[in-house]
Design a protein around this ligand. Structure first.
Ligand code: G3I
Length: 373
């Protein structure tokens, strides 16, 4: 009798393990196949196979990839005349091999651009003409290198402040406001088939949107190619307001543009509101009370996150005819930049998959939302 009992228990355990191993979750990209591309940011650690689980996971869940850092100016063009394409090439090869769209990130940005770009050989500020020539060389070389392999480029990143005024970056100070038009002009010349995007954070909020829309209209008036506006989507449990997001998606679509959500995640940690955006330069001080889930995310927070993702995806599904891609900024919680920004050394849980690549409640809520629409 006792023997039978032990055998039954053993059999039940084996079955449980078998069933759970075979309970295949659907690939995220397949759930949204008819709606929009599903992308992720990737890094060399994953692409070069140092994390053996990463590549099959990416291939299963995503059909678009963006190099998180490897195409930024400081990485790809660190010194005058020196281009280093090695890591970006591996990302592109991975995308091509697996029939995923490769997104180019980023050509012109105030951040992660070496100081020399803005200086002459004597260390004085470069002239407008010299900086335009440098921008053109960079765009022609980088876009030219990936011609036919990159589906679309974030041409200009984060040119507007949260209050809607133009960011007084070195690009703006030296060239003037038409640096944006020039960047789009050069990118189109370098690869006439590539899609071109203006990409920013907080631009789903009214004030910033009111600064971005005139820039887009000016590009369109000049006859320049712009395919989509990128909304980065570095979001929180309590921001953005869903009505404001909805309104912004309608406003951008009304310009005749597509919309791409380019860097999405939802922060779950207490965070001072003054560092709610995604300005890499900002930092806040580490305090124990701002890092409350070091040993695991409470179920209540995972549920809150799942509801939030569901709400956000409901808005996306409402606008699916205008949205062409939703890209997550990282493949799982362990890879998210939000573990180190705006406060270094915290444990955050902002994505759909946990540190062990397991789908979280937010994953299932997103799928459910897709199926209901
Ligand atoms: O790779 C080096 C490593 O060798 C070194 O030991 C370590 C120590 O500092 O730094 C590592 O590089 C860091 C890199 O991330 C990879 O982790 C850089 O310092 C750090 O600045 C870099 O941060 C990136 C940030 O942009 C600045 O480029 C984040 O990964 C990346 O997620 C973030 O992405 C930006 C988008 O490009 C634009 N929109 C906002 C978004 C979030 O800031």
């Amino acid at each position: 009798m006792r023997k039978n009992c032990i055998f039954s228990l053993f059999f039940a355990t084996i079955m449980l393990v078998f069933v759970s191993c075979n309970r295949e979750t659907p690939g995220l990209k397949d759930v949204f196949e008819k709606d929009f591309l599903i992308g992720t940011a990737i890094n060399p650690y994953q692409v070069l196979g140092k994390d053996a689980r990463a590549k099959p996971f990416i291939v299963k869940n995503f059909n678009s990839v963006t190099a998180e850092n490897e195409m930024k100016w400081e990485r790809i063009h660190p010194k005058p005349g020196v281009y280093d394409f090695a890591l970006a090439d591996s990302a592109v090869a991975f995308a091509q091999k697996n029939h995923m769209s490769m997104i180019g990130h980023v050509l012109v940005w105030h951040s992660q651009t070496p100081d020399w770009v803005f200086l002459d050989s004597l260390g004085k500020p470069a002239t407008r003409d010299a900086l335009l020539a440098r921008m053109k060389d960079h765009i022609f070389t980088v876009v030219g290198h990936f011609k036919g392999k990159v589906k679309g480029w974030d041409v200009v990143n984060e040119a507007v402040n949260d209050d809607g005024t133009i960011r007084k970056s070195k690009w703006y100070q030296i060239i003037g406001e038409d640096y944006i038009e020039k960047a789009f002009e050069y990118a189109h010349e370098a690869d006439p088939d590539a899609e071109l995007y203006y990409n920013d954070y907080n631009n789903e909020q009214r004030a910033k949107r009111e600064g971005v829309v005139p820039i887009i209209k000016a590009l369109q008036k000049s006859g320049l190619r712009i395919d989509a506006v990128g909304i980065q989507g570095h979001w929180h449990l309590d921001e953005p307001d869903l009505n404001e997001l909805d309104e912004s998606l309608s406003s951008y679509a009304a310009l005749g543009l597509k919309i791409v959500i380019t860097e999405m995640e939802v922060n779950v940690l207490p965070t001072p509101p003054e560092v709610y955006g995604a300005d890499v330069q900002q930092q806040a001080k580490y305090l124990e009370e701002l890092n409350p889930y070091k040993n695991g995310c409470p179920d209540s927070v995972e549920t809150h996150l799942a509801n939030r993702y569901s709400d956000l995806f409901s808005v996306f599904m409402k606008h699916k005819k205008d949205i062409t891609r939703v890209t997550f900024w990282g493949i799982n919680d362990g890879y998210s930049w939000k573990n180190n920004w705006p406060i270094v050394g915290r444990t955050n849980y902002p994505l759909l998959f946990d540190r062990n690549y397991q789908p979280k409640p937010a994953f299932y809520s997103v799928i459910k939302t897709a199926k209901e629409k």
